[in-house]
Design a protein around this ligand. Structure first.
Ligand SMILES: [Zn+2]
Length: 219
């Protein structure tokens, strides 16, 4: 076995190569990849070679557009449903069962915890959450999306976006009432940044009623 092959194999064993990159190295060989990308042709899998075969970022087919923050646009993108006011819980609503069955799905996070949310955002909610935790070092213990209710549990207010499962609250106790600056999320701007980069607005930026625990998928 050549030195190059042994060296590349060691990379494989050490776990540096994985998944699709490993497949490419085996299929074409490091040398061919280096030639194709105009890299120094030593046949060794270094960072530049790996970089050259990273798969294109996946465009999720049919990724839902991010609506503007008004009722018409939210309904256009996320749908509409019939509902009744709950008699048991003030401010809660009972949404048409068929709509819930059709649109609300369970999402399991990398932490093992789960919530329910709109099917159109489930996959990106999962990946965005994981990215945000890793980027910031803050992993919220509680993450909750779908709750069928009016804003602030007040039946006189419009429906909360939580009814559609297109927003999410993190650690209400640590990101609750009080100055936004005291919230965990404010203290972990990288977490907020990842969500904002992925189509979510942060309630902590609202001037009227800052809602530090809350991210919603609207512009
Ligand atoms: Zn919320």
């Amino acid at each position: 076995m050549s030195f190059e092959s042994r060296w590349n194999l060691r990379q494989v064993e050490s776990g540096i190569l994985e998944g699709e990159a490993l497949g490419e190295i085996i299929r074409r060989g490091a040398l061919a990849i280096q030639e194709e990308h105009g890299l120094a042709t030593d046949g060794l899998c270094g960072p530049a070679t790996l970089e050259a075969i990273q798969p294109e970022p996946k465009v999720i087919p049919g990724r839902l557009e991010v609506p503007r923050n008004n009722r018409a646009d939210i309904a256009r993108v996320y749908g509409t449903f019939d509902y009744e006011e709950s008699e048991k819980q003030r401010g809660a609503i009972i949404i048409d069962r068929d709509w819930v069955r059709e649109n609300i799905v369970k999402v399991v996070f990398h932490t093992g915890k789960h919530t329910w949310c709109h099917k159109g955002i489930a996959e990106e909610l999962k990946t965005t959450f994981e990215k945000a935790c890793k980027a910031s070092g803050y992993t919220p213990k509680s993450a909750w999306s779908w709750v069928a209710r009016h804003q602030r549990w007040d039946p006189n207010r419009p429906l909360s976006l939580h009814s559609w499962g297109v927003c999410i609250d993190f650690d209400p106790k640590l990101n609750g009432v009080g100055p936004v600056e005291q919230s965990k999320l404010y203290q972990h701007p990288e977490f907020v940044e990842v969500f904002e980069d992925n189509g979510f607005s942060w309630g902590g930026r609202w001037s009227k009623y800052p809602d530090a625990m809350h991210f919603q998928r609207t512009k």
